[in-house]
Design a protein around this ligand. Structure first.
Ligand code: AMP
Ligand code: FES
Ligand code: ZN
Length: 300
């Protein structure tokens, strides 16, 4: 196998691009895909301060690594979900990465903010852990960014994550979710920061290869609550499609973004208010996060 760029020995074959690359040219390819994502969706200004949400996994640490290489001013944000050893270990990976690169990392604890860690939230709400967890993550990312005067949060969602989310939303025809599915979500209120996903053009295989070649130490284990999640089943279905026809995942997601997404955009604006309790944005009177925190504190 020869590198498409230099003709040297390739270390990685990317079937969907019908190409193989040597290590340095693969790293170049990876960075170019991030640049293309940033350019196409006008995700970041060159001198902008970016809050990078890091979970300790390969995707978000690879993202932080690329953004640092590209010269962005970044601060990391790790949200401690309190999920047993998984959280202890993933926090360590983020702290080690930040210390190694000499960059700031903010750590916020869901247990402190909500009144209990994710396993307790799961028991109290009797809902799948990912629902309280996802709500808390989105809320805290936005609030930390606002508190620090940072206008944009970047997450490590990759092509496989985005295609699986799209698959799930289509399976249930969740039209609101389809309207929101985008590599870049603009700010629609002074108290909502932009959210961007600069890795949406890169597959899980590609982010793993990048993290490996860059010697990034990341947590390999998945969250223990992820087992049996429907998103994993959707990823498996998409992987089977990809095996049969390389590029299937890419076409599925990119086709939606280019040809179909606009059809789901709402024409009437949703009225946004500020939560009477915490001042964050909500469509009601009290935001979902404050309601969750109330429920947890009442029960404990
Ligand atoms: P997930 O929802 O676990 O697939 O993660 C998607 C993205 O959300 C990751 O790439 C991170 O950017 C961000 N993220 C997930 N978990 C955390 C966490 N505990 N702290 C900060 N950011 C996170
Ligand atoms: Fe949220 Fe697993 S990361 S429940
Ligand atoms: Zn609130």
């Amino acid at each position: 196998m020869k590198c498409r760029k230099c003709g040297g020995t390739a270390v990685l074959e990317l079937r969907r691009h019908n190409a193989a690359f040597c290590a340095p040219d693969f790293l170049d390819f990876f960075r170019n895909q991030v640049r293309e994502a940033v350019r196409k969706y006008r995700m970041l200004d060159k001198d902008e301060h970016v809050l990078v949400a890091v979970s300790g996994g390969k995707d978000s640490l690879a993202l932080w690594d690329v953004l640092l290489d590209e010269g962005y001013r970044t601060t990391g944000l790790y949200l401690d979900l309190g999920i047993f050893d998984y959280s202890v270990e993933s926090r360590r990976k983020c702290e080690a990465f930040a210390a190694g690169r000499g960059v700031p990392l903010i750590v916020a604890s869901v247990a402190e903010e909500v009144g209990g860690p994710v396993p307790v939230i799961k028991e109290v709400t009797r809902r799948p852990p990912c629902s309280g967890c996802g709500l808390s993550k989105r809320y805290l990312m936005n609030r930390v960014a606002l508190d620090r005067g940072i206008g944009v949060v970047a997450t490590g969602h990759n092509l496989d994550d985005e295609a699986a989310t799209l698959f799930g939303s289509i399976a249930h025809w969740q039209t609101d979710a389809l309207a929101r599915q985008s590599p870049a979500l603009p700010s629609t209120h002074a108290k909502l920061v932009r959210r961007v996903k600069p890795l949406y053009r890169l597959s899980e295989l590609e982010t793993s290869a990048y993290a490996f070649l860059r010697r990034i130490d990341y947590i390999v284990e998945e969250c223990p609550f992820a087992k049996g999640a429907t998103s994993i089943a959707h990823k498996e279905i998409l992987n089977r499609m990809e095996d049969a026809s390389p590029g299937a995942k890419h076409n599925f997601l990119f086709g939606f973004l280019e040809k179909a997404r606009a059809a789901f955009e709402r024409t009437e604006a949703v009225e946004l208010r500020e939560c009477a309790r915490c001042g964050q944005v909500t469509t009601g009177t009290i935001c979902a996060f404050c309601k969750l925190a109330d429920q947890v504190k009442r029960t404990l």
